[in-house]
Design a binder for this molecule. Structure first.
Ligand code: ZN
Length: 54
């Protein structure tokens, strides 16, 4: 794992996204709001409201 993984999530999937992130990276992510309305949730096609990054 060399690249940082960024996960985008809608409000429905934010909890799943955090779980995935922690499982994958073994640490807690920073959560930021997404202002770009073209970003889609990683888990569905809703507009992403949050992004998780290192
Ligand atoms: Zn979603």
């Amino acid at each position: 794992m060399t690249e940082n993984k960024i996960i985008y999530a809608c409000t429905k999937h934010i909890e799943v996204a955090i779980d995935d992130y922690v499982n994958f990276e073994e640490k807690a992510p920073q959560m930021k709001s997404v202002t770009d309305e073209h970003k889609k949730c990683t888990y569905c096609n809703e507009r992403a409201q949050y992004m998780l990054l290192p």
